[in-house]
Ligand binder design. Structure first.
Ligand code: FMN
Length: 157
């Protein structure tokens, strides 16, 4: 089974979670590749003007894990545009978002719903999802729990 972790990370939080997940998957002998979505140097995300530098391919993966930050109470526009151009039929997908605020209703719920809808529209079967609230005191514990949740979902497939 080939697992791909595809993420967009502007300031490193989403990547941090992705790396933890990769480490744990490797510790149970899964074949896992982490790829980052990258933008060109002159992209200005704040004004919504950006171009992809790297748009990872997902064809070789049986399970794809997408990770993105929450931006403006929504899914980052980068992840929206990235998923919009994919074909996910036959793929099992896990979605996660990281957000600054401590409660999921402060953007996380909306972003993860958007992400799952987009993936469904592209033919994916969503097997799990998670939200990491970065400013929570028990963040590391939540990261651990979410990683375990994802590992369980992958083991069942
Ligand atoms: C433009 C912008 C908008 C953001 N909007 C939200 C938001 O609506 N809710 C929230 O909880 N965090 C928000 N954040 C914080 C990020 O979601 C959070 O820091 C996330 O973990 C960053 O992930 P990254 O380090 O992988 O880029 C925003 C950050 C930026 C830069």
């Amino acid at each position: 089974m080939n697992v791909g972790i595809i993420l967009f990370s502007k300031t490193g939080n989403t990547e941090y979670f992705g790396l933890k997940l990769k480490e744990r998957l490797e510790s149970i002998n899964k074949r896992v590749t982490l790829k980052k979505i990258e933008l060109t140097k002159d992209s200005k995300l704040e004004s919504g003007m950006f171009e992809f530098e790297k748009r990872p391919k997902i064809k070789s993966f049986d399970i794809v894990i997408f990770g993105s930050p929450v931006h403006g109470f929504s899914l980052s526009i980068v992840m929206v545009k990235y998923i919009e151009e994919l074909c996910l039929s036959g793929k099992k997908v896990i979605c996660f978002v990281t957000q600054h605020f401590p409660y999921a209703w402060m953007g996380g719920n909306r972003a993860i719903k958007q992400m799952k809808n987009l993936c469904n529209e592209k033919g994916a079967t969503i097997i799990e999802s998670g939200i990491i609230n970065w400013s929570r005191k028990n963040r590391e514990e939540n990261i651990e729990k979410t990683v375990n949740l994802f590992l369980d979902a992958i083991e069942k497939k």
